[in-house]
Design a protein around this ligand. Structure first.
Ligand code: HEC
Length: 150
């Protein structure tokens, strides 16, 4: 090895050392980001079930008002006169039948006597997609079923 070779050898060793050290660090950052509670509706997992995914459709269409966890704290919430419902509220959500939820989502807030700030989604989603969203709300947001009491 002449001097030039030694230099480039050292350079390569340093460079790959930096690479190997930084690769795990980078993957840790990614893991930390993934562990963060904010759901990512662009992720493959959110769209399992394709375009009919209840989770994907909820996150792409409802979080602006209802918030990423459905707590009613979406970015538009402050600008609305009537605040979006906190969909994690078990006592309210368990008092709603699935038929009621279907109606308010498909035909909008006005159809059940709520505010017109809750848009209608019947022109955006098929009935299957609406049912998938209800299923997502029931299993992952309020984690509650209709309790039989209106
Ligand atoms: C532009 C804001 C906005 C968007 C977007 C929105 N909502 Fe709402 N939503 C509201 C508001 C405001 C209310 C509360 C109306 C009231 O209390 O009078 C509401 C109420 C509801 C309710 C009724 C809860 C109850 O008390 O019975 C359900 C269910 C609901 N939204 C589901 C959804 C779903 C699912 C989506 C997405 C497909 C969605 N919302 C998108 C604003 C929004």
């Amino acid at each position: 090895m002449n001097r030039h070779h030694i230099k480039s050898f050292i350079f390569t060793a340093m460079f790959s050392g930096v690479f190997y050290l930084s690769a795990p660090a980078a993957s840790q950052v990614i893991q930390l980001a993934a562990a963060d509670k904010e759901p990512d509706y662009t992720s493959q997992q959110a769209w399992q079930g394709g375009m009919q995914s209840g989770e994907g459709n909820f996150m792409a269409n409802c979080v602006t008002c209802h918030g990423p966890q459905g707590k009613g704290d979406g970015v538009l919430a402050d600008s609305l006169d009537v605040k979006p419902r906190d969909l994690t509220n078990k006592s309210i959500m368990a008092s709603r039948t699935d038929e009621y939820l279907f109606k308010v989502i498909k035909h909008g807030g006005v159809s059940v006597g709520l505010s017109d700030s809750m848009p209608l989604w019947g022109t955006t989603f098929s009935d299957v997609e609406i049912n998938n969203i209800i299923e997502y709300i029931r299993t992952r947001i309020c984690e509650c079923k209709y309790n039989g009491k209106k």
